[in-house]
Design a protein around this ligand. Structure first.
Ligand code: FA5
Length: 332
């Protein structure tokens, strides 16, 4: 009786090992496991039937059947890891028969391109580039620019305030103008800087307004600087960016940190489009950084490069700049 069972076990072993040699997927291996080690498999049947064997045979068949089960379990584990590592190899391997493909090359963001072009134009006129922090103190964003706490002009720059345990006066700068005070605090006149950077405002977006956008600030302070210098510099800038025949218009405008204040528009297909705010630096701003207001005067301006890029490239919605759509971004 035990001979019959031992022969059955040998047959199971031979068949199992032969089947195993032909497997190459995890699904096939799982079927193999069910067939040879599963609850309804031949081997399990033999193990279950042991109690029906004559007492002398039980020990012999039981030992052999358990040995076979252990060895098939080992074979299973080994086959599983071989198949898995084979799959990883396939993922990692290089298919040398694939035709070559052109690698995708990155490009500068349209805002960066515009900023560089504008900054370059001012560098050529002797302005030095400086950058400031996007997180700013209330003092620099407002107070030192002659915008006290209760001044209605603060409403123009609806502010994103930051939570901080150590400061209750941190905000995301609403314009690049705080760099006027920071630059003058650190440097004696003459000063001539151009300051590109990101700004944030808590405001609804539309085709010409984003809640985060770039600005480029300009500041020149020296003896004998007049409004004519401001106009001459901005005319020259327009010539460099928009060509020599573009018409320019200045109108009165109000910013608490300049006096007088203006905005500048350019002619765009018969329409006047405002591109920047500007003016003569307010004596209170010069005073706040310790400059002698009898001796020094200056001008400042602030413009939005995205708006200028919109004009140059006929872009109809400013929100395209930050929506991360490559179909838009790769055009400029
Ligand atoms: C200012 O921010 C002043 N700091 C500019 C200034 C500097 C005046 C120095 C005088 C002296 P204003 O809010 O107008 O001003 O913004 C200046 C420019 O930033 C605008 O002409 C526009 O081009 C751009 N800008 C303003 N708000 C947005 C916005 N929400 N989205 C996109 N661009 C904007």
């Amino acid at each position: 009786m035990s001979d019959k069972s031992i022969n059955q076990l040998t047959a199971i072993k031979l068949e199992a090992l032969s089947d195993l040699g032909n497997l190459d997927s995890i699904d096939q291996l799982e079927n193999w496991r069910v067939k040879y080690l599963g609850r309804k498999g031949n081997l399990t049947n033999i193990l279950r039937g042991i109690s029906t064997l004559p007492v002398d045979d039980r020990k012999i068949v039981g030992t052999e059947a358990n040995k076979l089960r252990s060895s098939l379990e080992e074979e299973y584990e080994e086959a599983l890891s071989t198949i898995k590592s084979g799959q990883y190899d396939q993922v990692d391997s290089i298919d040398i028969t694939l035709p070559g493909r052109k690698p995708k090359i990155g490009r500068l963001h349209p805002s960066t391109n515009m900023i560089r072009e504008i900054v370059h134009a001012f560098n050529e006129m002797g302005f030095q580039t400086v950058e400031g922090s996007e997180i700013e103190l209330e003092k620099y964003n407002f107070d030192m620019l002659n915008i006290p706490a209760d001044h209605p002009a603060r409403d123009q720059w609806d502010t994103i305030w930051l939570d901080s345990d150590s400061h209750d006066d941190l905000l995301l700068r609403t314009h690049t103008s705080p760099m006027q005070a920071r630059v003058m605090e650190k440097n004696d006149p003459p000063v001539r800087v151009i300051v590109p950077g990101k700004c944030y405002r808590y405001e609804a977006t539309d085709a010409t307004h984003e809640w985060h956008f770039n600005q480029i600030e300009g500041l020149a302070v020296d003896e004998n600087i007049t409004f004519a210098d401001l106009k001459g510099t901005l005319y020259e800038f327009v010539k460099k960016i928009f060509g020599p025949s573009r018409k320019v218009r200045f109108r009165c405008d109000f910013f608490p940190f300049v006096e007088p204040g203006v905005d500048m528009s350019i002619d765009w297909n018969g329409r006047w489009i405002e591109i920047l705010g500007a003016g003569m630096v307010h004596p209170k701003v010069l005073d706040a950084v310790g400059y002698d207001t009898e001796k020094y005067t200056g001008f400042a301006f602030g413009m939005g490069p995205e708006r200028i890029s919109m004009l140059q490239n006929e872009i109809t919605d400013i929100r395209n700049f930050y929506s991360n759509d490559l179909r838009f971004l790769s055009q400029f």
